[in-house]
Design a protein around this ligand. Sequence first.
Ligand code: X8Z
Ligand code: ZN
Length: 599
Amino acid sequence: MNLFRLALPAIATATLASATLANPNKTAEAFFEQAGATASEIALRDARAQWIFNTHITYDTQQLVIETGRERSLIFLELARQANELLAQDGLSNVNRRNLNRVRQGVNLPAPASEAATAELVEIGAHLKNLYSTGKYCPEEGNCLSLRDMELTLSTSRDASEQAELWEGWRTIAPPMRAPFSRQVELSNQGARDLGFADMGDYWRSRYDMSGDEFSASMERYWDEAKPLYESLQCHVQAKLTEFYGADVMPGNGMIPAHLTGNMWAQAWSGIENVVMGSNAKAPYNLTQILEDKEMDEIAMVEMAEMFFVSLGLDPLPDTFWARSQFTKPRDREVVCHASAWDVDSQDDLRIKMCIQRTEDEVKVIHHELGHNYYQRAYKSQNYFHQGSANPGFHEALGDVIALSVNGNYLHQIGLLDAAPKADPETEIAGLMKLALDKVAFLPFALVMDKWRWQVFAGEVGPEDYNAAWWKLREQYQGVTPPVARDESNFDPGAKYHIPGNVSYTRYFLAHLLQFQLHERMCELAGHKGPLHRCTIYNSKEAGAALNELMVAGASQPWQDTLEAFSGERDVNPSAMLNYFAPLQTWLDEQNKNRQCGW
Ligand code: X8Z
Ligand code: ZN
């Protein structure tokens, strides 16, 4: 296929020839508008095929998604190349420069300039996603466990050998990903270099309205600020696990064995809340139990989340959302269960795709996904290349902010709790601990996910060291260690969705800090007085209006401007999270005072 026979903006070819003659700003504006129209057309066709593949994985749906994916890639890549050429002109305004950069950075996986390379890259992407999503652990023939089954067991099991078996079992799906993954790295690195970036890591890091290097430095700064809280938490959890499991199971070097955290990836630890709190366990409520007692099904859980957004003054979701979403795991076919939110036509065709389970965790995930949907709908009038969150972290933070308001006071207000939780210190510490086990424990995990990929993309870690480099980072940043020896016959990064799914992960790191900042501001707007963990913005039209304004702006201006309009700040500020957990930090210091912390 000849690239220029594709439905590319007519302007592009003509423009490039005459770019030096024309006014560069006028050319850039016309190109940006045309590029947006071209992109949304192919994005719609690709999204339809993607939806079908994601909700029904077969050989045929995979072929269909490869076809539309290839077409999409070729078009997006061509637009990116043209934007790159236009960027070489002198006299561009900052706005036009930024807009052209959005197009240049708009390819998910840039391929080198050949149809064969593009096809290969798209095929690898679909293949990896298939391997992950249909992967199972079969302890014996005819008895296979899905990830979902294993996650559920892991969150409640306290039997170290069962936990280790599931932990190791799930990772048997990953070794076949190693070779295609390494080829994906090779191809996309070349594609990123062709567009003027150092490598794929640089390509990802350049999406934050600053240079890739400046962004790396910001990440280090954020982490340095949050680290002391994580270290206190890690120390306490390590000590409690040692009390519970004893020296036979614990390594005795200050590290936490990954299989004992109640989570398949040791990324969020609230599953082991009881072990961690021991005799101090005074959880203010148990939402999983409430869902069961009130017989709330999956749809009722989604309706509950929608109701929160509506209480802020936002519109209800369209009927098509309810008709087209996948809420529960189909019994008769393979699907991608990892939760996601879609806007198929970049307008009103909003959907979520989940395999909802009736648990408190899933209530949080539903709010998270609806956050994506509400954001998507708010910025739908923007140019396609401005349809996105202020920076990728904002998209991931939006629904989580709402979920921070799903607390005891809120559950009482909507009638799911008979009384608001008592404000006694023990109950409060238990509540803060539970949240910290998810939000604070998550930070170094998120950091490792992309630090590892940045090293791989930069060629500092080659395929022969993938697993060793992964565990080196996990141990260094998280103080988490594998339950059994690992070597290069394993490919443990592949057992986490976002690696085969090729989703950058710094977005979640940022989101975990940002959500406390946004929560703080919205609580102020809602007129809340007192500790932030007791604040719910439920029903606050003031908070809702501010949130809406932030969402409507999409990615149309530097994220620092959008944040400033919202809260007056121009940077991600970890101190919001630290303030929120300040009482817990004090409590942890007391608990840890005679302990040897660190690893
Ligand atoms: O992948 C997700 C969402 C979809 S964007 C369910 N999250 C990360 C994960 O599961 O690893 C949300 C928190 C982190
Ligand atoms: Zn998300």
